[in-house]
Structure formats: C-alpha cells, structure tokens
Write a protein that binds this ligand. Structure first.
Ligand code: RFL
Ligand code: PHB
Length: 413
C-alpha cells in the first residue's frame, strides 16, 4: 500500500492529525495496535483549551463538542479549608471547555469512519523503517499476514510506550525525565458535580481534584502512594478520603455513587528532543508527558499535530519545507512552557514526601500570594487557558535565525 502520511496510533493525536490532513487533501493511513473499544475505554483528559477547540473545528469534528461541552470561565483553588476562585475570563479574556477525551476520540473516530477511512486496528508488531531517506516504510502484521505501507512521511502518534520514539537511534535523541513520588487515583461516577467549576485542593493529607464530564457525571482524583493498588481503595475509602481533603462546603456537596471506573496513574514529566528525525515526526505523548495537574497533555498533543498538519500542507501545496524544518523547534518552545507550568502546579498542590515543615510553609505562602496578587493569578490563568500556538508561517528573519541555529548545531556536533 502507498500513501502520503503513515500515522502510528489512533489516540487523539493520530486521529486529529488524520482529520486535519483529510481536510487539506493529504492522504493518510492510521495504524493502531489496539481495538476501538480499548481506545475508547481509557478515561483520561477532560479540559480543552480554546486553541484545541479551534483545531477540532478546523477538522470538522466540533459539532457535538459545541452542543455538549461545558464552558468554564475559571477554576477554584482550595486550601486552609477555604475556596478561592481564579477568574480566567477577567484575567485573560479566555475560557476552557470541559469535554472528555473519550468524547473527542469518539467524534474523531466517527468522522474517519464516515469518510470511509477507518484506521487499521489491532495491527501487531508495528515497525518503522527508512525514515532517514525519502521513502519511509511502516510494517505490521494483521490477521497473520505481513503488511507494508510506503509513504512520504511517518507521524509517530503512538503515545509514551509506542514504537515510534523507540525506533530512533539512541544517539540522535536526548530525553529529560522527572518521575514524581506519588500517583493519582481517579474515579468516574454518575453523580452531579460538587461545584460548577473544577476544584484543585491542597491539603496536608494530599492533593484532591473535583472535575466533571457533564451535569450528571463527575470525575474525582486523590493523590495516592505510588505503590497503592486499586483493590486497596474501596469506593467507601475513596469517598471518605476525598471529602476529608476538601473544604466543608465542597465536601458536603459531593454526591457518593458507585465508581464506574477507578484507576491509578503515575505522574511523570518527560521530553524527548528533537521531535523530528528525517521524515519521522513525533507528536503528543510519544514525544512528551506532563503530570495531569495542569490539564495540558491532550492540549499539547493537539497543538503538535496542528503544527504538523500546517507544515505538511505547506510542503504539498506550496512545495515549501520551512514548516517541516521548523516543526521540532516550534513545538518544543510550547512544550517546555507547558512542562514548566505542569511541574510548578504539581509541586504547589501536592504533598511532597520530603518537603518538611519549611516546604509546607513555602507552599502556603505561595498559595496566599497567588490568590492575593492579580499578577500571580494572571500567570496561572494564562498558562491554564493555554499559551498561544507557535506562528504558522515564519517571517524571513525568523527563518534566518532558524537556519543559523541549524548550522551552528551542525558545526558544534
Ligand atoms: P495516547 O492517547 O496514548 O494514544 C496513543 C495511541 O497509540 C497506540 N499505540 C500504538 N499503535 C500502533 N503501534 C504501536 N506500537 C503503538 N503503541 C501505542 C495506543 O494504543 C494509543 O491508542 O497518546 P496521544 O494521542 O498523544 O494523546 C495524549 C493524551 O492521551 C494525554 O496527553 C492526555 O490524556 C493527558 N491527560 C490530560 N490532558 C489534558 O490535556 N487535559 C487533561 O485534563 C488531562 N487529564 C491526562 C489527564 C492523562 C491522565 N492519565 C491517565 C495519564 C488525566 C489522566 C488521569
Ligand atoms: C479530568 O477531568 O480528568 C481532569 C481535569 C483537570 C485536570 C486533570 C484531569 O487537571
């Protein structure tokens, strides 16, 4: 089989890239190792930046999102038994949209099926070849037979544990990683949310988050030990612990209901640089991970593939490779800012095992400062609603700078 772009992974990054390329008239084949039900069964992100919504609009998949998504103009921070609102609208003029990753994925899957281009699901042993030349190849097994896709480019959208990043020769890749000494235990329940907006709670017993999916479905998280297992957390224990970490006025309004889903996620910060190797591009969790505290993972995945789709469009429509050459640098400038924000917000809100009394007092002082200073609250708000996307077309002087960077990198290598 021959196509223009082979996309590895049918998570939100791969599916959104497929939709954006389809709109731009670029042919793509998506190869996914799991089944559609498995992909939809993962309960993950819930908060979309306006730039992510704009990309979903551009991809033609935002109709249900506009109908069912919840506009949130702020969040609440809870500490010392009290609630403090961060007003995004007043501080930045922007908002976020609460709409589950599961729903984004479902909308993208349906659009791809309606276009007659369903991903190849349950592809086994996916491998990437020859992306250092002009004719990359992707191989996989399906129903016992070996299949091959010849393409112009490969987009590695296969998440943190995927094959794409692992195919890059080790010397070509630099990775940066921080693993946090705690996890998040999440529960999904059919119960009205305790508050209208999300509540991020700092507490001596550990962090807690009240999130939601709709007026009747809540998503809650509590910080837990890294070696905790889900079986140790009965529903009763979870609801009890959650309420103990929330201010009284919120705890009273938590509706207890059976957990529809309960899972533990470790927290990690990770960046692989660069994000392009010849004709292979990494995008989303394949290239970087953030702890979920800042709600940035899915949004970064979306901005990566927005940048990539634009670069590929310029390549095919205008025969310009400047976008492709600048892809990694453009994405990484936004990625590192989101890494910084997610690390900062995580460090501020969680109980850190080795923080001691001094660390706890510093957290307290920073939270006080945050809710008492418009400048500090503004910095939180502008990062939470999402920093601007990198410019889609480089000006001449920026191109010269990039060229200069590239030549100095070669010279020093
Ligand atoms: P995904 O979603 O992991 O999808 C990758 C896909 O690739 C497939 N795959 C392969 N396919 C072929 N061959 C292989 N060798 C393959 N290996 C893997 C996988 O089966 C999968 O289908 O990555 P993608 O598309 O980059 O999307 C990233 C997001 O899923 C992730 O960043 C977010 O979920 C992170 N995240 C959040 N992000 C936000 O923006 N806002 C949030 O509120 C938010 N909350 C969260 C989160 C992540 C969480 N967890 C569980 C880590 C809350 C949690 C608890
Ligand atoms: C979620 O609803 O799953 C969610 C919301 C905000 C976060 C993380 C997760 O920061």
């Amino acid at each position: 089989m021959r196509t223009q772009v082979a996309i590895i992974g049918a998570g939100p990054a791969g599916l959104l890239l497929g939709a954006l390329l389809h709109r731009a008239g670029i042919a793509a084949v998506i190869v996914e190792q799991r089944s559609p039900a498995y992909v939809l069964g993962r309960i993950r992100a819930g908060v979309l930046e306006q730039t992510t919504v704009a990309l979903l609009e551009q991809a033609g998949v935002a109709e249900r999102l506009h109908r069912e998504g919840l506009r949130h103009d702020g969040i609440e921070l809870a500490f010392d038994g009290r609630l403090h609102r961060i007003d995004f609208q007043a501080l930045t003029g922007k908002h976020v949209t609460v709409y589950g990753q599961t729903e984004v994925t479902r909308d993208l899957m349906e659009a791809r099926a309606a276009a007659g281009l369903p991903p190849v699901y349950e592809a086994q042993g996916v491998s990437l070849h020859d992306f250092d030349g002009t004719r990359p190849v992707v191989r996989y097994r399906k129903n016992g037979s070996l299949r091959e896709i010849e393409c112009d480019f490969i987009a590695g959208c296969d998440g943190f544990h995927g094959a794409s990043r692992a195919s890059v020769p080790a010397p070509a890749l630099t990775t940066h990683e921080k693993v946090y000494p705690f996890g998040w235990l999440g529960v999904l329940a059919d119960a009205p949310p305790a508050r209208d907006e999300l509540v991020y709670a700092q507490h001596a017993r550990g962090f807690a988050l009240c999130s939601q999916r709709s007026a009747t479905r809540s998503r809650y998280y509590v910080q837990c030990a890294l070696d905790d297992r889900v079986e140790q957390w009965s529903d009763a224990r979870f609801w009890d612990e959650l309420r103990r970490r929330l201010p009284e006025e919120v705890a009273q309004r938590v509706t207890v209901a059976p957990a529809l889903e309960k899972s533990i996620a470790p927290l990690r910060s990770f960046v692989a640089e660069p994000m392009r190797f010849g004709r292979l591009f990494l995008a989303g969790d394949a290239a970087h991970i953030v702890p979920p505290t800042g709600a940035k993972g899915l949004n970064l995945a979306a901005s990566d593939v927005g940048t990539l789709a634009q670069a590929l469009h310029e390549f095919y429509a205008d025969k310009r490779s400047a976008g492709i050459d600048a892809y990694s640098q453009r994405c990484l400038s936004r990625v590192w800012k989101a890494e910084r924000f997610s690390w900062w917000f995580t460090s501020l809100m969680h109980r850190l095992p080795d923080q001691g009394e001094f660390g706890a007092r510093l957290q307290q002082a920073e939270l006080d400062y945050l809710v008492g200073s418009r400048a500090a609250a503004g910095a939180l708000a502008e990062n939470y609603v999402g920093l601007p996307l990198p410019p889609s077309s480089l000006r001449g002087d920026e191109q010269r700078e990039l060229h200069h960077d590239a030549s100095s990198a070669t010279a020093s290598a």
